[in-house]
Design a binder for this molecule. Structure first.
Ligand SMILES: NC(=O)c1ccc[n+]([C@@H]2O[C@H](COP(=O)([O-])OP(=O)(O)OC[C@H]3O[C@@H](n4cnc5c(N)ncnc54)[C@H](O)[C@@H]3O)[C@@H](O)[C@H]2O)c1
Length: 269
């Protein structure tokens, strides 16, 4: 049976842990060669472990160190990928972080750090991907589209988040970045969408699930009554990257167990 992403090449940023690692494994299982990005030498082992899992399951890929907030790093990651695999078909703009603080205590460095990785990093990677998609154009043997970008946003592109203004602002920014790029390049057959996870069990939100009390409190926000797994996001990413979603462009897909359903109103408000 033909795999959905056969012969395609995917770069996944921030893929040495959490959602990015899950997405890399899912895309590889669907046939893509995966570039597993990590930001600093300390994260290399994590990236290599993800690659080892991919290879053990019959997939292929490489690891790539790159700080997505640095233009030269991003350009090198894309040129190394093109050198090895010939092109890039899929970008999953996943790298992200939090530096939480009450607004009156939030430093400019904390603000700039989060925006530089979560928003500027997504711009820099998207720009390189678009350049490569425009260079290659549509190749029907690969996909109906010239390329696909998947931004990892969050339910916090629409749900305000006290104490996390820098993070929520970065995700709100991703929404308009994604829609503007989608509008600009749809006629070039480039598809650009976002996945907006709810609560997924990863290192970024450990304190929200690592004690029974924390998990119980978290579940009051999730109508479907379970925390999400990286694989839930990986499944959505495979669909968004494949021709099965060929008519989907400029969409924010919420994968959140119903977190956006105003669970506080379930019992009559
Ligand atoms: N876990 C959740 O509940 C949740 C919910 C909504 C959105 N998200 C988003 O999903 C994405 C992945 O987060 P996660 O939950 O897997 O957490 P995570 O901390 O496991 O993953 C974030 C990854 O980004 C990488 N990273 C950080 N700075 C980087 C940089 N400058 N360059 C390259 N990589 C960098 C980290 O090394 C890490 O691998 C983030 O964008 C996050 O905002 C997560």
């Amino acid at each position: 049976m033909e795999l959905k992403l056969q012969n395609q090449v995917a770069i996944i940023t921030g893929a040495s842990s959490g959602i990015g690692a899950g997405v890399a494994k899912s895309l590889a299982a669907a046939g893509a060669a995966v570039v597993i990005n990590y930001p600093v030498p300390a994260a290399k082992d994590g990236a290599e472990a993800v690659l080892a899992e991919v290879v053990a399951s019959g997939g292929k890929g490489m690891v790539a160190q790159c700080d997505v907030s640095k233009e030269a790093d991003v350009q090198k990651m894309f040129s190394d990928t093109v050198k090895l695999y010939g092109t890039v078909d899929i970008l999953v703009n996943n790298a992200g972080l939090q530096k939480d603080a009450p607004l009156e205590e939030m430093t400019l460095d904390e603000w700039n750090f989060v925006l530089s990785v979560n928003l500027t990093g997504q711009f820099l990677c998207a720009r390189e991907a678009i350049r490569e998609f425009l260079r290659r154009g549509v190749d029907p043997k690969r996909s109906k589209a010239a390329g696909k970008i998947i931004h990892m946003s969050s339910v916090h592109e629409v749900i305000p988040w006290a104490g996390h203004a820098n993070y929520a602002a970065s995700k709100g920014g991703i929404m308009m970045l994604m829609k503007s790029i989608a509008q600009e390049f749809a006629w070039k057959k480039i598809r650009v969408n976002s996945i907006c996870p709810g609560a997924i069990q990863t290192p970024i939100n450990r304190n929200a699930w690592d004690t029974p009390a924390a998990l119980k409190s978290l579940l009051t926000l999730i109508p479907y009554q379970r925390i999400g797994e990286p694989e839930d996001i990986g499944n959505a990413a495979v669909w968004l990257a494949s021709d099965d979603s060929d008519y989907v462009n400029g969409a924010s897909i919420f994968v959140d167990g119903g977190m956006l359903l105003y669970p506080g109103f379930t019992t009559n408000g």
